[in-house]
Design a protein around this ligand. Structure first.
Ligand SMILES: [Zn+2]
Length: 205
């Protein structure tokens, strides 16, 4: 499969997701986790009252706080957010967005106008612009928090789940990542490791 004609010759505003849930500096991390676990967002931008982006909280930041033995109910978004957030503007070409993702090892970033949030752009948004594939509706796929593999429920037998890379899944089923809703969980390989880490990091009472 070759890259689509339009491919990366588009700008951020054309592929971003304008429906974004945000947090403020004072948002309790417990509430953030609930938002993250809806599966629609793997990271939330943290904004001031006027919409200026000050940071971003990802699932990984929450996981790290847990591994450090921190109590999520005692934490605010500003305690664990990555700041300053790497942002792009609506006019940023996709190739530039992609370079920033690679350079900063991030998978999503805020799109801003005069430093104020107008949308989010993520790795699947970009991948979907690069490949030409047919789009079935409403694909809900479990994705692992830790290794980011996808559960291939089409191929899987009960009690024998197949977990694979997103790219592998897309290729096998000829679907586009834009039509996929991700439902995060831990895969069977990662779950025991995480459980062990969590137990190990919790102080005994
Ligand atoms: Zn996993």
């Amino acid at each position: 499969m070759a890259m689509k004609d339009k491919g990366l010759n588009q700008v951020a505003s054309e592929v971003m997701n304008p429906r974004v849930i945000t947090a403020t500096r004072g948002t309790n991390v417990n509430i953030l986790v609930r938002q993250l676990l809806t599966g629609q967002f793997s990271g939330l931008p943290v904004v001031e009252d006027d919409g200026e982006v000050v940071g971003i909280v990802s699932e990984f930041d929450v996981i790290q706080a847990l591994l450090n033995g921190q109590d999520l109910t005692m934490l605010k978004a500003e305690d664990i957010m990555n700041t300053p957030a790497v942002c792009v503007t609506e006019e940023s070409p996709l190739i530039h967005v992609l370079q920033l993702m690679i350079e900063h090892r991030i998978i999503r970033l805020p799109v801003v106008r005069n430093r104020k949030l107008v949308g989010m752009i993520s790795r699947p948004n970009i991948l979907s612009q690069m490949v030409d594939v047919t789009v079935p509706k409403a694909h809900v796929l479990p994705v692992c928090y830790w290794c980011e593999r996808i559960c291939d429920d089409v191929q899987s037998q009960p009690h024998q789940e197949i977990w694979c890379d997103l790219a592998e899944y897309l290729q096998r089923h000829g679907v586009s990542s834009v039509e996929i809703t991700f439902s995060p969980k831990f895969c069977p390989s990662c779950a025991p490791v995480i459980r062990h880490l969590m137990e190990g990091s919790t102080p005994a009472h």
